[in-house]
Ligand binder design. Structure first.
Ligand code: FMN
Length: 323
């Protein structure tokens, strides 16, 4: 990576870098795509705060997603993007669907980057692919992606069963590729954002913190469980099969943690919406990252973004004393 690849910062654009340039945002913070959650209520709050709101497609409810994207146009005039979680794609025309929505940024995840990258780029979209290992990063770069979302195993959601923490993965990938990196997994505030930048990222993505946000549509019980959680209160499920996933520790998920006979996905995922919106925390799997242990309150998105920005600057300034 060379600094000359980055646009120069100015007083009104202090974050200017390749990620802000490519995404068209002032603040290089991305709200994670999350099935049923990453919809217009949450994503528009993020975009209006100067960061990047993302609309999910992993729910597979493309008619609802089309309506959510139409709502975004009423709720914000700022950029937003869409995610294609490849393992969950049911409609083979998903790329046409995304291109038709007129967004400029797409993240692809949970699949082979060779599958959609060329088609998305030919349609003029900026493509970042989510990777959990160095090998996957090199493959995505070969596929021609514009950038990588480097996702550490401490993050919530679907995971590589051989999970690698952000502290190891980020600098490793940074040392081997030149494309811009957005760091995901464990990011929650200014200091973690500054740490990600120190390790080579030019942007960050937050999942669990956004689940807990005031504008997140999930039931209060899930938000409160995040607030109450210790850093040890997540489990990695399905290491023995696919897909592995990191979720909040509950009675049912604890029982599945070392159960190599059962696929946790098939056992629990049927009642997802009873948990997400009905608040029954034992009904299904609450995808959640270890960083739940660092979240103490439910806060509006604008406050979360503003405190990340000020905390980031404070961290960088504090570290300046060592120069
Ligand atoms: C509830 C939930 C749902 C998620 N669903 C998706 C998804 O549909 N597509 C995807 O690429 N990542 C998904 N993820 C992973 C996030 O995009 C993100 O990378 C991860 O949450 C970052 O780690 P953090 O939880 O420590 O912030 C999900 C995460 C959570 C917590």
């Amino acid at each position: 990576m060379t600094d000359t690849a980055n646009p120069s910062t100015t007083a009104d654009k202090p974050f200017a870098n390749r990620v802000t340039e490519m995404l068209g945002v002032d603040i290089p913070i991305v709200q994670a795509p999350m099935g049923w959650i990453a919809r217009s209520q949450l994503a528009s709050a993020v975009s209006n705060a100067g960061a990047m709101g993302i609309i999910e497609t992993s729910s597979g409810e493309l008619d609802a997603i089309r309506e959510e994207i139409a709502k975004m146009r009423d709720l914000t005039d700022k950029p937003f993007g869409v995610n294609i979680a490849q393992a969950f794609v049911r409609d083979p025309s998903i790329v046409d669907f995304v291109v038709d929505q007129g967004v400029k940024f797409v993240s692809t995840s949970a699949g082979n980057p060779m599958q959609y990258t060329a088609q998305l780029k030919e349609a003029g979209l900026t493509v970042f692919h989510v990777i959990p290992t160095l090998r996957a990063a090199l493959k995505a770069v070969d596929a021609g992606v514009d950038g990588l979302i480097v996702e550490g195993g401490e993050g919530g959601g679907f995971k590589n069963p051989r999970d690698v923490a952000s502290m190891v993965l980020l600098p490793l990938v940074r040392s081997k590729v030149d494309v811009p990196i957005i760091a995901a997994g464990g990011i929650v505030d200014g200091p973690t954002m500054a740490a990600a930048f120190a390790l080579g990222a030019e942007g960050v993505q937050m999942g669990t913190r956004m689940v807990s946000a005031a504008e997140s549509p999930v039931h209060e019980n899930w938000k409160q469980s995040i607030v109450d959680a210790a850093e040890t209160d997540t489990v990695m499920l399905n290491r023995h099969t696919s897909p592995a996933l990191r979720a909040l520790r509950t009675e049912r998920t604890s029982a599945l943690e070392f159960d190599v006979e059962t696929n946790a996905m098939t056992a629990l995922v049927g009642s997802t919406l009873d948990l997400y919106f009905g608040g029954d925390m034992e009904a299904s799997i609450a995808l959640t990252g270890q960083v739940a242990g660092r979240i103490d309150s439910v806060e509006p998105v604008a406050d979360i973004i503003a405190s990340c920005v000020s905390g980031f600057r404070q961290s960088i300034a504090d570290l300046g004393r060592y120069v």
